[in-house]
Design a protein around this ligand. Structure first.
Ligand code: FE2
Length: 462
């Protein structure tokens, strides 16, 4: 299996017969590792409607746990946490998967104290999870950090896990982790194994910082055929990610907003916008959030880029319906995925260049996982910084006066950095960091082992 000739033959067979997805996890065919049990797993924390006083915890068990509870207490140094804990009853739903029937639970916890470290655990069948620590947001704007990841999607345990773990080592205590869609590849009857790998990759981090997920096209599957084919949201999504109930009524699981210590975070659903024509509807929901916004900063996350950076891609409906609002109301940072390259900046077609050194939004495309595409010539001309063949994570440090953005490679090397600085009147400027950065990274070969020229990595784990 290790010789180049055999590898090429195997890759060709995979491409011909469509068996690639069988190798998208580390699980051998037929192996069962991620089936639910009575012991809680897949514990994940999400923001509540007001993260200074509320948060939501979701977890999974098998069907033996019909109803479940969460216990939460102000974290203390003594181990008697259960004595002081209050209980919150969870909402529970069933989900049939390739790993048998699961029971997904979530508890929406309210009435918390701002800026306070809490300990919580979740119930299984005659057992509990460990106690996790999580801090509520401060009521007022205060400095904090958050992480942002582009697509994990493929070989998640094998090759994405090192990225999220390196990110946490760089920014331990980050308050939030934004995932800009395509967390898994899905659609292959082994979706539940892929989600198992995603939760294993981040382990306790998902329960320790607030997870802020945006749905990508790979969190949807195609229903119907021909002209009637439509993308439908995977049932895993709503079961696992009970997001704040602040979204557009038509898309309550994939659009939402919340304020965290002086930042308004807004998550949009670009798959629905593009494939279901809801860009205008989402814009109508979005505009009041931007127009009436007391926060110093605004960060928007979704999956498909406003300005595509990889070959052969373009999403004009986003520029038609969303871009004017972002510019009119001064969105600061737009975090995206989908293109499997890195690109910061904007390109408006042949020869036109939106200079992000002005006061406009800064658009970023990034990729955390191993699937790597090729930059388009337009992106290479117009992006302020770009990369191929590079797994990345981003750390953003926020204070009332400035927002410092760092993009780092899988090994922690600084690849891109800038600061947005705002004065008391809210006037903004972009300062390119003076850090010395490595040369732009490019794919080292003209084609992949399977012969593709639009990718740098075939997307198959061997
Ligand atoms: Fe995607």
């Amino acid at each position: 299996m290790s010789s180049p000739a055999w590898r090429r033959i195997a890759l060709t067979l995979v491409l011909l017969f469509g068996a690639a997805e069988a190798h998208n996890t580390l699980l051998p065919a037929g192996a069962v590792r991620y089936a639910p049990s009575g012991v809680p797993d897949r514990v994940v924390a999400l923001p509540g409607e007001d993260p200074s006083t509320a948060l939501t915890i979701a977890w999974r068990t098998d069907a033996s746990v019909a109803t479940a509870r969460l216990q939460i207490a102000v974290a203390g140094d003594a181990p008697d946490l259960a004595d002081a804990a209050r209980e919150v009853r969870a909402h529970s739903t069933s989900l049939e998967t390739g790993n048998r029937a699961a029971r997904h639970h979530h508890a929406r916890v309210t009435g918390l104290q701002p800026g306070t470290l809490y300990a919580y655990r979740v119930q299984g069948q005659d057992t509990w999870s460990e106690w996790f620590h999580i801090r509520t947001a401060a009521r007022e704007p205060e400095p904090f950090s958050f992480l942002y990841f582009g697509d994990a999607q493929n070989s998640v345990k094998s090759l994405y896990s090192r990225v999220i773990r390196e990110a946490w080592r760089r920014a331990p205590g980050a308050a939030l982790m934004i995932h800009a869609g395509d967390l898994v590849s899905g659609r292959d009857q082994r979706d539940d194994d892929e989600w198992g790998e995603w939760f294993e990759a981040g382990s306790f981090l998902h329960a320790t910082a607030l997870v802020v997920p945006a749905a990508g096209n790979h969190e949807h599957f195609e229903a119907g055929a021909g002209a009637a084919a439509r993308y439908v949201l995977s049932p895993h999504w709503a079961a696992q990610f009970p997001v704040p109930r602040t979204g557009w009524a038509e898309l309550p699981h994939t659009t939402y907003s919340f304020d965290h210590q002086g930042v308004r975070f807004i998550v949009l659903d670009s798959t629905s916008a593009i494939d279901h024509g809801t860009a205008a509807g989402q814009a109508a929901w979005l505009e009041p959030l931007l127009a009436d916004n007391p926060n110093r900063w605004t960060v928007v996350a979704y999956h498909h880029p406003m300005f595509s950076a990889s070959l052969g891609r373009d999403n004009p409906s986003l520029r038609e319906h969303w871009l004017p609002l972002f510019e009119r109301y001064g969105v600061d940072l737009v975090l995206q995925g989908h293109d499997h390259v890195y690109g910061r900046g904007a390109h408006l077609g042949e020869g036109a260049h939106a200079d992000s050194a002005g006061a406009g939004p800064v658009y970023v495309v990034s990729v955390a996982g191993p699937k790597q595409y090729r930059l388009s010539p337009e992106a290479q001309r117009a992006m302020d910084r770009d990369a191929e063949n590079t797994q990345l994570y981003q750390v953003v440090h926020v204070s009332p006066e400035r927002l410092r953005y760092e993009s780092r490679t899988a090994t922690g090397e600084l690849y891109d950095a800038f600061e947005l600085v705002k004065d008391a009147a809210g006037r903004k400027r972009l300062v390119t960091a003076q850090d010395s950065l490595m040369a732009p990274r490019r794919c080292p070969h003209p084609r992949t082992p399977s012969g593709r020229t639009d990718r740098c990595w075939d997307g198959v784990e061997w």
